[in-house]
Design a protein around this ligand. Structure first.
Ligand code: SF4
Length: 346
């Protein structure tokens, strides 16, 4: 019998599944707890299920979507990069970073990506397929099993453009946030987008409670279109206009991500323009000095980075400036470095 994938079903779907198999609806809540709160994928360990249900579940359904293929450990920080294999032999990567009390997990939402940001290793792979909600959740469950430190933050900043897999991404965030699921606070879940405008609109109009990050990366349309081609269709002005509608509060501010690229977007005029965009929102500006991926881009020198940040600090009124010196650079686990091109099945 071909087993169906069960991981990623929400409580309503599990309730239907239980009823369809002639089990009481309350069994769905038990399954949900086992799968997401406890991260159990072996039905035999779900010890409050009746034996006929256990047999039915293990015969008909698959509870695990990913296998760990490889783990790389950074030598300089407590960062691990995990390579997962999917049931159809695709490869994706996630990163687990521990820093003081924080354990942040960066997860993938697609196999590859077709947005084609010029500075990103994933973009160079091309696009293969969207990940299911179960595959997104399983990255976190598998990492939870690898580390003793509880996961405090999840960022959708790994491989793929989360808003091009909107439904599965939002469904997975809901299970992450649900107190009966993985019980992670809404401010501890960040979803990043390169600027897929219709989905930004949808996200804001639906009142999604998770943090929103925008990969801005340039302050003129000419430069941005050069490095993020979708900017031709959805310009900086269009994105900023939409972001102005975002209901920021003290705990939930938009994040403007800015990968600093030598000679591309690192002038003092860029810093001034970035500051004036940021001052129109209540937001955080996250400057990420570029991490080498062996392409035509490089990181500005330290003096330029410091001058750029100095201009941001000087102009700061409604935003906060953060600098992210990426973790896991030595294992290609830093921002924009994830790629499984060498592992993918032909
Ligand atoms: S930066 Fe994000 S959206 Fe752009 S190509 Fe890379 S994975 Fe895709």
């Amino acid at each position: 019998m071909v087993q169906k994938q069960i991981k990623g079903l929400d409580l309503d779907e599990l309730t239907l599944l239980c009823k369809g198999n002639n089990f009481s609806a309350f069994r769905a809540r038990q399954l949900y707890h086992w799968m997401y709160r406890h991260g159990v994928s072996d039905v035999k360990q779900m010890d409050n299920l009746p034996s006929d249900m256990s047999t039915c579940m293990s015969n008909q359904y698959q509870f695990k979507t990913l296998e760990i293929e490889n783990i790389q450990h950074s030598t300089s920080e407590d960062t691990k990069k995990i390579l997962f294999k999917t049931h159809d032999e695709k490869f994706i990567e996630s990163v687990s970073m521990i820093d003081k009390n924080l354990h942040t997990v960066c997860i993938s939402s697609q196999v590859g990506c077709n947005v084609d940001c010029k500075f990103c290793a994933t973009g160079l792979m091309g696009f293969s397929r969207n990940l299911s909600c179960g595959e997104i959740i399983d990255q976190i469950i598998e990492i939870r099993g690898l580390r003793e430190e509880p996961i405090t933050n999840v960022v959708y900043m790994g491989m793929g453009e989360p808003f091009l897999n909107y439904n599965e991404v939002i469904k997975s965030a809901k299970i992450l946030h649900d107190p009966h699921g993985m019980n992670l606070g809404r401010n501890r879940i960040t979803i990043s987008t390169s600027g897929i405008l219709p989905k930004i609109k949808q996200y804001i109009s639906e009142g999604q409670p998770y943090k929103l990050a925008i990969s801005l990366n340039a302050t003129t349309d000419e430069t941005r279109t050069g490095i993020i081609p979708i900017n031709k269709k959805w310009t900086i002005e269009m994105i900023m206009k939409e972001l102005a509608k975002y209901p920021s509060d003290k705990k939930n501010r938009i994040m403007l991500e800015y990968v600093l690229l030598k000679g591309v977007n690192d002038t003092m005029q860029d810093a001034e323009r970035l500051a004036s965009y940021a001052n129109t929102l209540r937001c955080k500006v996250n400057v990420i000095p570029f991490n080498d991926i062996g392409n035509e881009f490089s990181r500005p020198d330290e003096q330029t980075i410091n001058r750029f940040i100095g201009v941001l600090h000087k102009n700061q009124r409604h935003y906060q400036t953060l600098v992210r010196w990426s973790k896991g650079v030595d294992i290609d686990a830093a921002c924009g470095q994830l790629s499984t091109a060498r592992h993918d099945a032909p």
